[in-house]
Design a protein around this ligand. Sequence first.
Ligand SMILES: O=P(O)(O)OC[C@H]1O[C@H](OP(=O)(O)OP(=O)(O)O)[C@H](O)[C@@H]1O
Ligand SMILES: NC(=O)CC[C@H](N)C(=O)O
Ligand SMILES: [Mg+2]
Length: 501
Amino acid sequence: MCGIVGIYANNPINQTLYDALTVLQHRGQDAAGIMTCHDNRFHLRKDNGLVRDVFHTRHMKSLPGNIGIGHVRYPTAGSSSSAEAQPFYVNSPYGIALAHNGNLTNADTIKDDLFRSELRHINTSSDSEILLNVFAHELHKLGQLDPLPEHFFTAVDKVYKRCQGGYAVIALINGHGLLGFRDPHGIRPLIYGRRQSDSGYEYMFASESVALRALGFEPIRDVLPGEAVLIDSEGRVHSQMCSDTSELTPCIFEFVYFARPDSIIDGISVYKSRLRMGQKLAEKLKREWGEHDIDVVMPIPDSSRPSAMEMANVLGVNYREGFVKNRYIGRTFIMPGQTMRKKSVKQKLNAIELEFKGKNVMLVDDSIVRGTTCSQIIEMAREAGAKKVYFCSAAPAVRFPNVYGIDMPVAQELIAYGRTDEEVASLIGADRLIYQDLPDLIDSVQAGNTNIKTFDCSVFDGKYLTGHVDEAYLNQLAMARNDSAKAVSNESVLDLHNESA
Ligand SMILES: O=P(O)(O)OC[C@H]1O[C@H](OP(=O)(O)OP(=O)(O)O)[C@H](O)[C@@H]1O
Ligand SMILES: NC(=O)CC[C@H](N)C(=O)O
Ligand SMILES: [Mg+2]
């Protein structure tokens, strides 16, 4: 679940890109990159690490220009090598840089086609480099020295025909502007907006509206599924639907966990949808438990706070913050290995004993995925003196892999895989466990925009709306991206992108 940003401005944009990436940091903590363009030359800085670690003053000074793109990475394909940090660059045609959020489900086939038929070499194992080369090839085929917007749209149409999966993309095209597009299902988010400057409007594309707002850009609208929006070199906006089979089916997990609560995605407030998740969960609890003996409702910071708050409210029970989060530890779920994730939960959360002593506590999390967080948290609650520890998840049980840009590639690594709710409860050590029902989760999100008829709920129901995701693909993905395979592929390599720090 990477974060992407692109800016067209009338003044240097290195600092604005940096600031936007810090706002999107929650979407990717592994690597960060910025590519700017000035006087027909690209300037790149990318490396592994958080935004604040990747860009020092000397890097910022060497990112000139009024147009550029940025990326924060959470790998879902390839390795964690700095060579696979983004943006990626290809020299022909025109010189194109690209930042991608999502995952291609037919990357291997396209890679083969690119080499055999189109004589293009892909030097990394990143699907984003493949996506860039497909776009570049299709654009090159049109043979235009002075391309018009329609040529870019034709190339995007071809990308839609060839690339399956979920993707939101921002491309920086030397001399021709910024191009944003979103896959025909709109699985991954992308929004654009503008702000007034002394010399006219400036434009920004971003994964989430919060990045626009934080930098003083007014959102115009979400990019539609199957649509491409071009901000040309003169700052004119062109847009076109490039796919004739598009339907908005956004990823519901953005609302559960990934996005910041202060973002609005496809017209839906993430914060409000989380409040509604809490409300629905409380209603389910009342229905199923009847009388209860819960003394306090507590969130597992950060993401579950709104749901826990509303749950406490509906149950008429005290809301208490029993865990304090170390603000210097990042999100644990998107960390690359299980050892690091496990260690970080303990460093990240600490119990305030007096909130637990002799109480029956209901711990609320937004989701239970591998079970790393809840198992440790329940243990901590008991150690802090809780009488009974109940646990609930504002999302249903995660039982299926994600193939669209969330790194949950292996069903067997999910704690609920092949287990009943009771079995999960006993494994994590909870006295009782309650999961949100899928229809309730969908209602909670859909209430924000009833025009959206379907959401990508694949991690909960195993339905992959883009098609072509079969048993064989899932098996192959599991082999390539299980935790031990990733540890091997992430061993250090010296690659083409090999600048000095
Ligand atoms: O079952 P698991 O595999 O542990 O995954 C689920 C947990 O991971 C996430 O927290 P994270 O620490 O990533 O981020 P947050 O601070 O935004 O809650 C999520 O909010 C759950 O707490
Ligand atoms: N999480 C993402 O969006 C990842 C983008 C791309 N698949 C990568 O691994 O770099
Ligand atoms: Mg969490």
